[in-house]
Design a protein around this ligand. Structure first.
Ligand code: NAD
Ligand code: IPM
Ligand code: MN
Length: 361
């Protein structure tokens, strides 16, 4: 059956890497007899320039009607001085909220033979394989109203969570732990924040429903430290929106580059949105050197979670591993040996592997 995929390239390298993901999906379609229909819409800075808003209604409507959405990245210096409602990032937050994508899954797995790409010691990184389950539609990001008061001399950002919002993401954390090694770490700041105290209560209450999961609680500051001193102690981490944002960028160091980290933004039923963890990288945008792997691996997550195309998802993941194994890598990976390639060549190598794999069967 034809799958209808909405592409939201956004800004900067978002546009470059989304085109890589499309090439890879087209190769999958050809080799595995699928039919993907792509429709591109604007979000972020590109939408501000074209429509005067970071999230046009037409984009939201298109996403609601899609079978899945792929998003590149939004933002850039051109719009950094805009008022808050006219910032590209508002478009991203808006689409997450409009589709109620409260569960953001961010897998972080050191690639085989790439341990030395991390600035951390190889023996620290070896064997690290974790999943951050980040709450995506609540917390400080969605406080109302964020504002300046007192003639600009004071500021207000509010952090609100309902018990229900915490329960549903904590359930996702437990379920993910059940499917993996059965270990769940809940990260909070319960020694200070009321929201974190409720978070911890909910986790404690939920334990009884998941007797096969071993749970511990770690304060976010300590979690940040443990993540890079002893990452293998973690399997699934469940945490609120802002903590998850910060910890996932930190965890990308385990893989050698943020250009390697994919993510899936999901809800129970309904359309899923797949996006790399990285941003629009204005410092390298337009140079053709962005690492497309995070975006390509996000497309693999789309095949797995939205379409249940598990074989095809695995082929993409194997393709990335195989191209890295052959010594090819983009410049963001700090590796001396092998051959440094740009976005287009990296993409072509991944596409060629997919084609060769299927041909050899
Ligand atoms: P960033 O992730 O864009 O870049 C951080 C650093 O990592 C930069 O040096 C960049 O060159 C590098 N990098 C990131 N992705 C890469 C890739 N695929 N290949 C090679 N190098 C890569 O974060 P930033 O610089 O803090 O933010 C830039 C803009 O992106 C801001 O406007 C920010 O709001 C936005 N942003 C958007 C998203 C998103 O759309 N999901 C995520 C994060 C940041
Ligand atoms: C991410 C990004 C976004 C976030 C920004 C651009 C709003 O950093 O997806 O990690 O903080 O969620
Ligand atoms: Mn982030």
């Amino acid at each position: 059956m034809k799958k209808h995929i909405v592409l939201l390239p956004g800004d900067g390298i978002g546009k470059e890497v989304i085109s890589s993901a499309k090439d890879v999906l087209q190769a999958i379609a050809e080799e595995y007899n699928h039919s993907f229909n792509f429709e591109t819409h604007e979000i972020g800075g590109a939408a501000i320039d074209q429509y005067g808003t970071p999230l046009p209604d037409s984009t939201v409507d298109a996403c609601k009607q899609a079978d899945a959405v792929l998003l590149g990245a939004v933002g850039g210096p051109k719009w950094d001085q805009n008022p808050s409602h006219l910032r590209p990032e508002r478009g991203l937050l808006g689409i997450r909220k409009a589709l109620d994508l409260y569960a953001n899954l961010r897998p972080i797995k050191g690639f085989k033979n790439l341990l030395h790409a991390s600035p951390l010691k190889e023996e620290v990184v070896a064997g690290s394989d974790l999943l951050i389950v980040r709450e995506l539609t609540g917390g400080l990001y969605f406080g109302t109203p964020s504002e300046r008061r007192d003639n600009g001399n004071s500021v207000v950002d509010t952090l609100t969570y309902t018990r229900k919002e915490i329960e549903r993401i904590v359930d996702k954390g437990f379920q993910a732990a059940q499917q993996r090694s059965g270990r769940l770490t809940s990260v909070d700041k319960a020694n200070v924040l009321e929201s974190s105290k409720m978070w911890r209560e909910v986790v404690e209450e939920k334990k009884a429903q998941y007797p096969d999961v071993v749970v511990d609680h770690v304060l976010v500051d300590a979690a940040a430290m443990k993540l890079i001193t002893n990452p293998t102690q973690f399997d699934v981490i469940v945490t609120e929106n802002l903590f998850g944002d910060i910890l996932s960028d930190e965890a990308s160091v385990l893989t050698g580059s943020i250009g390697m980290l994919p993510s899936a933004s999901l809800r129970e039923d309904g359309v899923g949105l797949y996006e790399p963890v990285h941003g629009s990288a204005p410092d390298i945008a337009g140079k053709g050197i962005a690492n497309p792997c995070a975006m390509i691996l996000s497309a693999a997550m789309m095949l797995r979670y939205s379409f249940d195309f598990n074989t095809e998802a695995k082929v993409i993941e194997d393709a990335v591993q195989s191209v890295l194994d052959a010594g090819y890598h983009t410049g963001d990976l700090q590796i001396e040996e092998g051959r440094q390639v740009g976005t287009a060549e990296m993409t072509k190598l991944i596409v060629d592997y997919i084609k060769s794999q299927h041909a050899s069967k």
